[in-house]
Design a protein around this ligand. Structure first.
Ligand code: BDP
Length: 710
């Protein structure tokens, strides 16, 4: 049986489980309930004008989606009649008559239209390609469940902002997941290519429903084995399941693969044998997977091999691969996560290494840059490369997995973090040159992309914490359109996943919207960063000293607390990292009086008694933030408890248990950081801050059990 037939059968018979048994496996398809305001929108029939595997999938998804929502049978009809929903591809006479050519052209390859055609009294879902129609179907089904549709004014035109909307799996071939907190990898390498897990289909559907169109299957710390013929057959099998959903497969590659796999004397990108090796490998891949997306490369970073080992630049390494991939329309996503132990400020290094290479990368290279200059901290200013590298496609890399944000134990909605980053004004081209604007380059001919490091694993609920699913969801929605309102996205997710009760939706959304700030408060407020234990990145270890460890892996490198004060002086009197930002940001950050409070200790080392605009001393302000974080988590617990009646039992209990852990650990963070910093500030905790329940010496002795948290 063909894979596509398997997909259809599977989609039609997804078992509907009783509400009380929801365990999160159904993701945002769990509620499957129409919004009351939309019940009158039940169509008479569905017309489908077009053909192709993905178009057929769109058809079936529409009909089964409508049947589930309206709890009835919906039939196809050949004749287009009032009261129907029509899905149609361009160039069908029907679309030509209803939508102008210009409008259709403006949609590009993935955009779509959902429109009420008043003259015919029907709803049309259309786009230029099969996958655009599939996106329209998912969008319409989502609308029916999440917002009141006003039929007469229904005229939605959606065009994605980024072309490549990609998940990065840090999954290893042995089934483990680097920085994964939701069980083992979903890719069952040992069973592939013969056995195709049903999860692959659910995964594909979930991604397509939020507009994700690419996935990198393996860890950036890449095993060369992924390019062995037997692994490529496994990759081909996964690609064939994802293809109908419009999802391209990419691979992370190890730059030394030619030497490691086939014993070449070198992996020098200028060596003709090396180039030939890659040419042959790429040809082999495209013979198996004609729509293969390309390579993701972590080179000369944290010990990984790269072109600099041979005296070549990042651009020379990336371009060698890009030239080979270009005839197949493949791309190279080349990571800019670089820093070496000897630099004077880790936050400056990616800029220093990559800025001189601006304009030197081929058109099909995207330089993939983490949102902040250090490493996925609870809060960082945006990386100064955004806006600065004007002649290069920069691909923002966000982390969906919560490496530094409490793994899958803490409830943290990352929509607000993503939005803060995407909406940061780089001022690179005057006011309004936001990160989203400069990286999506909607109006330029360059390729654009955005990547999210996945938080997906084989746990029943996919992401470890039920609420962590919302981060996968919001990543996809913002990758499609970074100007969406993240509270609105949170509400969508809640209605699709947890409950449709209006009061509950509002309360949960407000908790989600505060959750990231809470974690910043109890972990790393006021611009502090990297206070986590060096080997696990989970709990607080601001005191951590490891003999012979790299200084820039230890917290004291970042907080620099001493008897005089705290913070990293990155201003012009310090490492001058502020210089990497465009004016007026440079000056704003450089001057401690104008530096935003949330980045104060990122850019400045200030005395414990430094007086802030609100009249508090720095020490007091720090203490209040840690206490606020704890209080916020306490309030989340109250909110969640009050909503028990609205949430399925298992989901309620599991989240409740995790919130208990989060409260305990917020206190742990507060006590650890305040007691440790107090040993320098020598000041009492101000009124309003709870007495610590732990002792510093006890906390220092505590051995963190990483195993327990995986
Ligand atoms: C750090 C992670 C490490 C990754 C690295 C990367 O701790 O596991 O390999 O980033 O992004 O955040 O390459």
């Amino acid at each position: 049986m063909k894979i596509t037939s398997l997909i259809f059968i599977y989609l039609l018979f997804i078992p509907l489980i009783a509400e009380s048994q929801y365990d999160g496996r159904e993701l945002w398809f769990a509620q499957n309930k129409i919004l009351k305001a939309n019940v009158h929108l039940k169509p008479n029939f569905v017309n489908a004008i077009g053909e192709g595997t993905t178009f057929d999938l769109a058809k079936k998804e529409l009909v089964s989606g409508l049947e589930g929502l309206f709890d009835c049978t919906i039939n196809y009809q050949n004749e287009v009649q009032p009261g129907n929903i029509v899905i149609a591809l361009k160039n069908s006479g029907f679309v030509d008559a209803a939508i102008s050519n210009t409008e259709m052209t403006s949609l590009g390859e993935e955009g779509f239209i959902i429109k009420y055609i008043a003259s015919k009294k029907l709803i049309l879902l259309t786009g230029n390609t099969e996958v655009s129609v599939l996106y329209a179907v998912y969008h319409y089904l989502r609308l029916l469940q999440t917002s009141k549709i006003n039929l007469s004014s229904l005229n939605i035109i959606e065009v994605p902002s980024y072309q490549k909307r990609v998940l990065n799996h840090w999954d290893n071939l042995d089934g483990s997941v680097e920085r994964g907190y939701a069980g083992r990898s979903i890719w069952k390498w040992d069973d592939l290519p013969n056995v195709l897990s049903k999860r692959y289909i659910s995964y594909a559907k979930a991604n397509a429903s939020i507009g994700i169109n690419g996935t990198v299957l393996n860890n950036v710390n890449a095993s060369p084995d992924i390019l062995l013929p037997e692994y490529l057959l496994k990759v081909k099998a996964i690609a064939s399941v994802l293809r109908p959903f419009g999802i391209q497969v990419y691979l992370s590659v190890n730059f030394s693969s030619p030497a490691i796999l086939d014993g070449l004397a070198t992996a020098n990108p200028k060596d003709k044998h090396v180039v030939l090796w890659w040419k042959n490998k790429v040809e082999e891949i495209y013979q198996l997977i004609p729509d293969f997306g390309g390579f993701l490369v972590k080179a000369n970073s944290e010990g990984q091999p790269g072109p600099m080992d041979f005296g070549c630049t990042h651009a020379e390494g990336a371009n060698m691969l890009a030239d080979i991939l270009a005839p197949y329309e493949g791309v190279v996503m080349w990571r800019a996560f670089v820093y070496n132990a000897n630099g004077n400020d880790r936050a400056k290094q990616a800029y220093e290494e990559f800025m001189p290479l601006d304009n030197k990368f081929r058109k099909n290279v995207l330089v993939q840059v983490k949102n902040g200059p250090i490493d996925f901290q609870p809060r960082e200013p945006f990386s100064p490369l955004f806006g600065a590298m004007k002649g290069t496609s920069l691909m923002p890399e966000l982390q969906i997995t919560q490496e530094y944000l409490g793994f899958s134990s803490h409830l943290v909605y990352l929509g607000t973090l993503y939005k803060e980053f995407l909406w940061s004004d780089t001022y690179s081209n005057g006011r309004g040159s936001t990160v989203a604007q400069v990286s999506s380059n909607k109006n330029s001919k360059r390729i654009s992309g955005i990547a999210g490091v996945a938080n997906i694993g084989s746990d029943n609920n996919w992401c470890g914490h039920h609420f962590a699913q919302s981060n996968w969801y919001v990543f996809g929605r913002l990758a499609w359109n970074p100007s969406l309102n993240v509270r609105h996205i949170a509400k969508e997710w809640i209605r699709l996943t947890l409950t449709q009760d209006e009061h509950a939706v509002k309360e949960i959304a407000s908790m989600m919207m505060k959750s990231r700030e809470a974690v910043v408060n109890y972990m790393t407020p006021l611009g502090l960063h990297h206070l986590m234990g060096w080997d696990h990145h989970y709990g607080p270890e601001p005191w951590c000293v490891i003999p012979n460890a790299r200084a820039d892996w230890l917290p004291s490198y970042y907080h620099k607390a001493d008897s005089l004060g705290i913070g990293f002086n990155r201003s012009s009197s310090g490492t001058n990292a502020t210089e990497q930002y465009a004016e007026p940001l440079r000056e704003l950050f450089d001057n401690e009086a104008s530096c935003p409070l949330e980045y104060l200790l990122w850019f400045h080392h200030l005395s414990w008694n430094y007086e802030l605009k609100n009249g508090n001393s720095l020490w007091e302000e720090l203490c209040y933030h840690y206490q606020d974080g704890v209080n916020q988590v306490r309030s989340f617990r109250k909110i969640w408890k009050s909503l028990e009646a609205n949430i399925a039992t298992q989901q309620f209990i599991e989240v409740n248990e995790k919130l208990k852990i989060q409260e305990k650990e917020a206190i742990w963070w507060r006590d650890a950081c305040l007691l440790y910093f107090q040993s320098f500030s020598k000041q009492a905790l101000p009124y309003g801050v709870d007495n610590p329940i732990y002792k510093l010496e006890e906390l220092k002795k505590q051995k963190f059990d990483l195993q327990h948290h995986n």
